[in-house]
Design a protein around this ligand. Structure first.
Ligand code: ASP
Ligand code: MG
Length: 426
């Protein structure tokens, strides 16, 4: 008998029929002797609907008082779906009870609409489990030190589930969702993309931060930090599917590089269209130039990703970096109106039509020449690389957006990702 946490996304909770299927699936696990905690999202579309109503009434709303009410409002979506699931479980003949974030309680800081979990009191949940009940805990929400309801940011139920699993030292946190696992890349771009049986937390973190949106990134960070075994699997299989089969399905995100880890050099290809490039040309090549440019950008609350400084010539240099698409215009204005005149820069240019493509794999630690294989592959496709950035387990390139799909497909082939891992020669 194990303590297992199931998390169901909005699509899985999308209608009474689907909630009944969730109840049947949970009941199957309960009948097999496991202690079950379930963390549901709001029914699909509900969070958007609620936030849309808020927008109608306060189109220009902002600030703490406004955000507090958004949290009051949005948290009701999960309260409703949790109660519905408890009712459905009771209708299946199980004892079930649901708790909101504040009833558990799940304590967070006070950053409304993007709060962080600080601690979870497990006593109440444990007592109900010991009494033989299935316990449902609302996703997405908590309570701050002043008893205000908070929410964890969009997609935050993933993080709730992992945090609850960590607090209860669950054997596994199973994230049931509308995809059947984590893929080598987006199957919409590369139809040959394969589901990974396992992926390490570090790789998953890179994949998630690079725009592969299977899990909220904070949930992966949390799982890595607290060593919660995490599995992503499909909620579209029949609810009465064999439990042993189900327990081994999807993708397991592991925290150790264990022996049967798939041994590919590159585990996946991630891409992100949501970036834009800015360049400040002809700035004096003197100490402090990077700080003067990026310091001003950071002060405007813009996050910078890839950075490139050319080697200087005739006392001048060029400086380029990427930002999120949404920050592009603001950053361009800042550079043109404030930074460039102050530094005596010759020109500011920008290009919103770029994308970042990355290869990710812990195998890169022990294999040399992986990056150059990537560059050769792109050059064979006549794709020009504008910027490069690397970390221990990742190499990213910035290229023209119109070559994105071509690049991803070519790299997927180059690193044999369409082959089952065990047929890959080392
Ligand atoms: N219901 C919330 C959202 O749509 C949280 C979640 O589903 O994870 O963002
Ligand atoms: Mg989600």
């Amino acid at each position: 008998m194990a303590l297992i946490v199931h998390k169901y996304g909005g699509t899985s909770m999308g209608s009474p029929e689907r909630i009944r299927n969730v109840a049947r699936r949970v009941a199957k696990w309960h009948h097999a002797g496991h202690q079950m905690v379930v963390v549901p999202s709001a029914m699909s579309g509900e969070t958007n609907r609620l936030l849309g109503l808020a927008k109608e009434l306060a189109p220009h709303g902002s600030g703490n008082a406004h955000d507090r009410e958004l949290d009051m409002l949005a948290a009701t979506g999960e309260q409703a779906s949790s109660a519905l699931l408890a009712l459905a479980l009771q209708a299946e003949g199980l004892a079930a009870v649901s708790f909101t974030g504040w009833q558990v309680p799940i304590r967070t800081n006070s950053a409304h609409t993007k709060a962080r979990i600080e601690s979870i009191d497990d006593a109440r949940v444990r007592a109900e489990l010991d009494a033989g009940k299935v316990v449902i805990v609302t996703g997405f929400q908590g309570i701050d030190p002043n008893s205000n309801i908070t929410t964890l940011g969009r997609g935050g139920s993933d993080t709730s589930a992992v945090a609850v699993a960590a607090a209860l030292k669950a054997a596994e946190c199973m994230i049931f969702t509308d995809v059947d696992g984590v893929y080598t890349t987006d199957p919409r771009v590369v139809p040959e993309a394969r589901r990974l049986l396992r992926i390490s937390f570090e790789e998953m973190l890179e994949m998630a931060s690079l725009g592969s949106k299977v899990l909220q990134i904070r949930s992966v960070e949390f799982a890595g930090k607290y060593k919660v075994p995490l599995r992503v699997l499909s909620s579209f299989t029949p609810p009465d599917i064999d439990l042993v089969l189900e327990a081994a399905s999807g993708t397991l995100i592991t925290f150790e590089e264990d022996e049967d880890m798939e041994r590919a050099v590159v585990s996946g290809i991630a891409f992100n269209r949501d970036e834009a490039k800015l360049s400040v040309l002809g700035v004096p090549d003197t100490p402090g130039i990077a700080y003067q440019i990026l310091g001003a950008v950071a002060e405007a609350n813009v996050e910078v990703d890839v950075i490139l400084q050319n080697s200087g010539r005739d006392g001048k240099t060029d400086f380029s970096f990427t930002v999120q698409q949404g920050d592009y215009q603001k950053t361009l204005d800042l550079l043109t109106k404030v930074v460039a005149p102050k530094l005596g820069a010759e020109e500011v240019t920008g290009d919103p039509r770029i994308c970042k493509v990355s290869i990710v794999g812990i195998g890169m630690r022990s294999h040399v020449g992986v990056a150059s294989r990537m560059f050769k592959c792109l050059s064979d496709e006549a794709i020009n690389i504008q910027m490069i950035s690397t970390s221990e387990i990742k190499t990213s390139v910035v290229i023209d957006e119109k070559y994105m799909e071509l690049a991803v497909r070519a790299l997927h082939r180059e690193f044999d990702l369409d082959q089952p891992a065990d047929t890959i020669s080392q």
